[in-house]
Design a binder for this molecule. Structure first.
Ligand code: ZN
Ligand code: ZN
Length: 111
């Protein structure tokens, strides 16, 4: 005969920040789903942002971080818009997109 142990999470009270975090994660997921249905042809590589940002340390003492934008190079044709997926950018891949107005200013919502 095995003894049944109570479920460990029973009686567990999530911290207020955990509830807030879960709530905002849910909101972002809803917003992201809406965004994806609005822009079904968006670039899956950069999620419609046209690139990604990363922080680079300057390495010296007291030096700060510099935010660097790395343009997305997943699309083979530079005029392809990363958001609407159609040829709306200029020959250098610069916006704003002639079709949806995107100019590296929007993408799939993330936390
Ligand atoms: Zn892209
Ligand atoms: Zn576009």
């Amino acid at each position: 005969m095995t003894t049944l142990h109570p479920i460990e999470t029973e009686g567990y009270e999530p911290e207020p920040w955990e509830i807030a975090w879960a709530e905002s994660a849910k909101q972002v997921e809803i917003a992201a789903a809406e965004w994806r249905s609005r822009w079904p042809h968006h670039c899956k590589h950069c999620h419609g942002w046209g690139g990604s940002w990363y922080e680079e340390s300057h390495g010296f003492k007291g030096g700060g971080f510099e935010t660097i934008f790395e343009p997305c190079d997943a699309l083979t044709h530079p005029t392809t818009c990363h958001r609407c997926g159609f040829a709306g950018l200029d020959a250098d891949g610069n916006g704003p997109c002639a079709l949806c107005g995107w100019n590296c200013d929007d993408g799939e919502p993330t936390l």
